[in-house]
Design a protein around this ligand. Structure first.
Ligand code: SF4
Length: 433
């Protein structure tokens, strides 16, 4: 297996059934070979965000190489992630992996007193040999009680997309969160610190509070959750976390995602409604940042307007970004492909999404590539593994993973978000001369 997961779907593979979203939008549902990055990629942005956490992948050399190359540019003297490599003897069931894991964890904790929370991250190899990391985390937590919190989650590439690694990580944190039924807003999904600070200021000006973020900057500072907690999703791929928080009594606020001016205004407006703040107040608070964002966006509208774009299924950001690019930048939507369609998380977005030529869920790679070649859009958003071959065929591409690594939420990043799509088009135009 390679770092770029190339996994197959369940038993109904090769079926291609038409479906409908609401009354209007037909959905092409596909099952077949997929090409996506695996959930270990989430460690790259999660370890940057949660500053006292260490991510120990229990996997193969391939997993270690994936992590090194994905996060390589951010390795400082002491990275806060590593891989406990399963050897051939482990994989053949000839050694007790648990003994080895206990030894590795003990050594790591002795060497790194800065670790407050240790995540044992499952991988394809650990899942294939059925190494039970949940039980291992419980055992190790007892052993190191009072010193460190130890949790387990899966980052494997088996039947998942790369952003689901964050969802499984955050879901693992939910049972650890303290209980409180006091009214509060909880923003769910990793945001860069600079964006989190911008949103904190906007919520403060709106008079909404207290506001907490999951994940928090310190894993030890977990926000409370209970019947008074209203959830506002900042990322569309945290559906399992939202469900787990719902079981603790919290309630999801239906809203589009804060991409672009319109999405951010609607996201803040939905939170305001939930907290009894008037839309007039939201307009007042948003007036200056919207004016700034409008000025920044205007030149990208000229560059992007009228250009056709396709999204291959990869990150779960496809629908919100397509909505932003079509409604605010004037792009035309060819195919919008999503790894899976979570209607609870995507309902408000689907109401805003201009009708694409095609909305698809899942992937049957070769069939989808044939459609892409027939569509020949001006820009294709896809995974890293597909970008170079498609560029070689003369298609212009954008790596979807870059959209998760970059600060793109909120008013002040709206122009930066548009720029990420304009850049490959400009590069292609320069190469043409
Ligand atoms: S978790 Fe699976 S897909 Fe990801 S690098 Fe390891 S073996 Fe490959």
């Amino acid at each position: 297996m390679t770092g770029i997961g190339n996994t197959s779907a369940p038993a109904d593979a090769d079926q291609c059934a038409p479906a409908r979203v609401g009354d209007e939008l037909p959905l092409l549902r596909e099952r077949g070979q997929r090409q996506v990055f695996c959930g270990l990629a989430g460690i790259v942005w999660l370890h940057r965000k949660i500053q006292d956490a260490f991510f120990l992948v229990v996997g193969s050399r391939t997993c270690a190489h994936l992590l090194q190359s994905a996060a390589g540019v951010m390795i400082f003297a002491e990275p806060r992630f590593g891989t406990a490599i399963l050897q051939d003897r482990d994989l053949a069931g000839m050694a007790d992996c648990n003994d080895e894991l206990d030894r590795v964890v003990a050594e790591l904790l002795a060497r790194r007193p800065d670790i407050g929370t240790l995540f044992l991250v499952g991988s394809c190899p650990s899942e294939v040999i059925k190494l039970d990391l949940d039980t291992a985390a419980e055992r190790l937590s007892r052993e190191h009680e009072g010193r460190v919190r130890i949790l387990a989650y899966s980052g494997s590439g088996i039947e998942t997309t790369f952003t689901q690694g964050e969802d499984t990580c955050l879901t693992a944190l939910v049972p650890e969160m303290p209980a409180s039924d006091d009214p509060a807003l909880l923003v769910v999904g990793t945001l860069p610190d600079v964006v989190e600070d911008q949103f904190r200021r906007l919520f403060e000006q709106l008079g909404i509070g207290p506001v907490h973020f999951l994940p928090a900057r310190q894993a030890g500072e977990l926000p409370p959750v209970g019947a008074g907690t209203k959830l506002l999703a900042a990322q569309p791929f945290v559906g399992d976390t939202i469900a787990a928080l719902g079981k603790r009594g919290a309630e999801l606020i239906a809203a589009p995602y804060p991409f672009g001016i319109e999405g951010t205004r609607a996201w803040l407006g939905a939170a305001a409604d939930a907290f009894g703040v008037s839309q007039g107040k939201v307009d007042d608070v948003c007036e200056a940042p919207i004016a700034r964002a409008e000025r920044g966006l205007s030149r990208y509208r000229q560059q992007l307007g009228g250009r056709r774009i396709s999204f291959l299924p990869d990150s779960q950001l496809e629908i919100p970004l397509a909505r932003f690019l079509a409604r605010e930048c004037g792009m035309e939507l060819a195919e919008v492909g999503v790894p899976y369609l979570d209607r609870r998380m995507m309902g408000a977005e689907l109401e805003l999404l201009p009708r694409p030529e095609r909305l698809s869920e899942g992937q049957d790679l070769e069939v989808q590539l044939d459609r892409l070649r027939a569509d020949r859009p001006d820009l294709t958003v896809c995974g890293l593994g597909l970008a170079n071959p498609l560029e070689a065929e003369g298609l212009t591409t954008k790596w979807s993973i870059e959209l998760v690594f970059s600060p793109v939420h909120g008013f002040d990043q709206a122009a930066d978000l548009a720029e990420l799509f304009a850049r490959p088009l400009n590069r292609r135009a320069r190469l043409a001369f």
